[in-house]
Design a protein. Structure first.
Length: 251
C-alpha cells in the first residue's frame, strides 16, 4: 500500500503478506510482560493490525470495556476487518491527544505497545493519558530499546527514537506516576537487529525485508522467543531489544 499519512511511512508489507498475528509466541511473550497489571477497563493506544488487541481479549475473560484507538487512517482502514471482537471492544480512528475525560470516562489501564516511539512529544503523551486513568490504575509501556541500534529500519517505521532507561525515566513525571517496574527484554534480538538493520541496512518495505520477516521472523518466533521467555524468568538482562515500564498512577 503506497498511501501514506502523517502517522505512518512505509511500515506495512500489505494485508495478505505479513501480520504479527502469525507471530503467536511473540505476541504471547509481549502480553506476559504486562498481563498481571491489566485490569478490566482498558484503553489501548495504537491498534495497528489488532493482533495485540486480540491477545488482550483472549487472555482476559473479565474485561468489561476495551477501547482501542488508531490515529492512522491508513492502518485503521487496512485492518478494520481483522478478527471478530466482542461487543465490549470498540475501535476509533482517533489521536490520543484528541481524547478527553468527558468523552471516554476513566480507564483502569492504558497500554502503549511499541507506540510511544511514534509520538514526537512522548512526555506529553504520558501526561495526557494520566488524565484518562483512575488513581491507582496502570499505564503499561513497551518501546524499542538501545539508541545505538537506531537504523534505517526505525526511520522507515516512523520511529522518532529508541530508548534506554535514563531517557524513559526522564519523560515520566514522578509526581504523577510511580515506576513499579522498568526492565529490558529480548537480549538475543539485539544481535539480529544489529546485523540485519544496522549492518546490512535491510529496508522493511522491500522483497528482502518481507523475506526476512517471513523466514527469520518465523524462526525467531518459533525457537528464540520461547527460549528467551524461560531464561528471562530467572535473569534480568542489562540490555535488550525492547524496554518495558509499569507505571502506577498516584493518588
Amino acid at each position: 500500500m503506497e498511501q501514506q499519512d502523517k502517522y505512518v511511512h512505509s511500515m506495512d508489507w500489505g494485508k495478505d503478506e505479513f501480520s504479527f498475528d502469525n507471530m503467536r509466541n511473540y505476541r504471547k511473550y509481549q502480553y506476559d510482560l504486562i498481563g498481571k497489571y491489566i485490569g478490566t477497563n482498558i484503553l489501548e493506544v495504537g491498534s495497528g493490525d489488532r493482533s495485540f488487541t486480540k491477545q488482550i481479549i483472549t487472555e482476559n475473560p473479565n474485561i468489561t470495556r476495551l477501547h482501542s484507538i488508531e490515529p492512522s487512517e491508513t492502518l485503521y482502514d487496512m485492518h478494520k476487518s481483522n478478527f471478530v471482537f466482542p461487543d465490549f471492544a470498540t475501535f476509533g480512528c482517533t489521536d490520543l491527544f484528541d481524547l478527553s475525560l468527558e468523552q471516554t470516562g476513566l480507564f483502569d489501564t492504558a497500554i502503549f505497545i511499541h507506540v510511544l516511539e511514534h509520538i514526537q512529544d512522548d512526555k506529553k503523551a504520558l501526561d495526557h493519558v494520566f488524565d484518562l486513568v483512575k488513581p491507582g490504575g496502570y499505564v503499561l509501556v513497551e518501546v524499542p530499546a538501545m539508541p545505538s541500534l537506531f537504523s534505517v529500519h526505525d526511520e522507515i517505521l516512523g520511529h522518532f527514537r529508541r530508548y534506554n532507561k535514563t531517557h524513559l525515566r526522564s519523560i515520566i513525571d514522578i509526581k504523577k506516576y510511580e515506576i513499579t517496574k522498568l526492565w529490558y527484554q529480548d537480549p538475543i534480538g539485539v544481535f539480529g537487529s544489529w546485523y540485519f538493520f544496522k549492518m546490512k541496512k535491510i529496508k522493511v518495505k522491500s522483497d528482502e525485508g518481507l523475506n526476512l520477516a517471513k523466514n527469520q521472523g518465523g524462526i525467531y518466533d518459533k525457537y528464540v522467543i520461547p527460549f528467551e521467555k524461560q531464561i528471562e524468568r530467572l535473569i534480568t538482562f542489562p540490555f535488550g531489544l525492547s524496554l518495558t515500564v509499569i507505571l502506577k498512577k498516584r493518588g
